[in-house]
Design a protein around this ligand. Structure first.
Ligand code: S3P
Length: 424
């Protein structure tokens, strides 16, 4: 993919459905009773992996693209699959499904692509083992493939070292099957889509500060879900609109859940003109239309409780900070090292290749803004968020930006390049 400098971006983009909410709608719908009708389901490779795993466990799922119908069979309705479950590139599928599999009356092997086989799974193996689960990393390296032997579980009171919605959700899902209550406490609140959807389906879940408490015993009932536009996908257009001079972009119906809206806060702190219109709420997930206009930006500090609310947007924010006056500091973001790629290293390398002044730190980076960028050849490392970030950076750089492995946007946003080109 070759990207060149843009003179201005104009128009409307209807971003695809939220990845986190899409995954959960199929998973929770599968273990609920009755049919869950999902609209605006994300048809990206990761969410298709989730559909395929549950189909392999006997769940009938009709994917009509605009609408997905999940014919749930209740908490005890899954069947042992023939062969391993393949989670592809999806960390969310691998970690959340482990919580469900730990409680089944069958054994499963869970695997995925090269990237998934390098990502840390001890973070779910440890709490699930405390709940009584039997999980083994087949290569004994704390990564997939995982062998999960399902069986009876007990509730736990667990304090997680990382603020991770995937860890929290895996424990809560196992907690649905456990004897006794389950409590998960995080250092900061991570995205709360599981809590919202489980409650909507009838589970007894409540939040106390940074803790979530689940009391098992309720049956889940499938209900209609309207998936909001993914704020993580919208982030590329929000930042592009601010960075590229003479731009105005309208993004209808984007999810603005407060555990996900850090990107909006950072854009505002940097002086970006981002306006929310028509705020609404469906299925407990708030949405708004977002209007973005080119702005002159200045640096900011991003740290602490803000980090989990924009974890997937940090690559894009780092690139945007190159076009802001002064320094932007990102800290408390060591989690970036264990995403689909080592996003700290890959971002620093790519931005430096484009002429930016960026320093990598232990748990983040410092971006010294204001230097003009030039095109370069960028390796996406098959990480969708890296490919999309550098496509946007390329719109503000002199010359050509070539992205290697650009097709990986298929993971979360198959129409990304088409949507971007229509704005030019
Ligand atoms: C996700 C949680 C986050 C995020 C990922 C999706 C989820 O990961 O980075 O893209 O849907 O729960 P962590 O839980 O590892 O922070």
């Amino acid at each position: 993919m070759v990207i060149t400098k843009a003179a201005g971006l104009h128009g409307e983009v209807c971003v695809p459905g939220d990845k986190s909410v899409s995954h959960r709608s199929v998973m929770f719908g599968s273990i609920a009773k009755g049919t869950t009708k999902i609209s605006h389901y994300l048809q990206g490779a990761d969410c298709l992996s989730t559909i395929s795993c549950f189909r392999k466990m006997g769940i009938e799922i009709e994917n009509q693209r605009d609408t997905v119908l999940v014919h749930g069979r209740g908490l005890r309705g899954l069947k042992g699959p023939d062969g391993a479950l393949d989670c592809g590139n999806s960390g969310t599928t691998t970690r959340l499904i482990s919580g469900i599999l730990a409680a089944q009356n069958f054994d499963v092997v869970l695997t995925g692509d090269d990237s998934i086989q390098k990502r840390p799974m001890k973070r779910i193996m440890e709490p699930l083992t405390l709940m009584g689960a039997r999980i083994r990393s087949l290569r004994d390296n704390g990564c997939a493939p995982l062998e999960i032997a399902g069986g009876p579980l007990r509730g736990i009171d667990y304090t997680s070292k990382v603020a991770s919605a995937q860890v929290k959700s895996a424990i809560l899902l196992a907690g649905l099957y456990a004897e006794g209550d389950t409590k998960v406490t995080e250092p900061f609140i991570s995205r709360n889509h599981s809590e919202i959807m489980l409650k909507y389906f009838g589970a007894d879940v409540r939040t106390e500060g940074t803790a979530v408490l689940l009391h098992p015993g309720s049956t889940l009932e499938g209900r209609p879900i309207s998936v909001p536009g993914d704020i993580s996908s919208a982030a590329y257009f929000i930042c592009a609109g601010l960075m590229v001079p003479n731009s105005e972009i309208f993004l209808p119906s984007v999810g603005i859940n407060p555990t996900r809206d850090g990107i909006l806060k950072v854009c505002q702190a940097m002086g970006g003109k981002v306006t929310l219109l028509h705020e609404d709420s469906g299925c407990g997930e708030p949405t708004a239309d977002i209007l973005v206009q080119s702005s002159s930006l200045h640096g900011t500090v991003i740290e602490g409780a803000l980090i989990p609310t924009l974890i997937d947007e940090l690559p894009m924010i780092a690139a945007m900070a190159c076009f802001a006056d002064g320094e932007t500091v990102i800290r408390d973001a060591a989690e970036l090292k264990v995403k689909e790629s080592n996003r700290l290293e890959v971002m620093v390398r790519g931005l430096t290749a484009m002429g930016a002044h960026v320093t990598e730190t232990e748990d983040g980076m410092i971006i010294h803004g204001g230097r003009p960028l030039h095109g370069a050849e960028i390796d996406s490392h098959l990480d969708h968020r890296i490919a999309m970030t550098f496509a946007v950076a390329g719109l503000c750089a002199d010359g050509e930006t070539r992205i290697k492995g650009a097709e990986c946007v298929n993971i979360s946003y198959p129409e990304f390049y088409g949507d971007l080109k229509r704005l030019i």
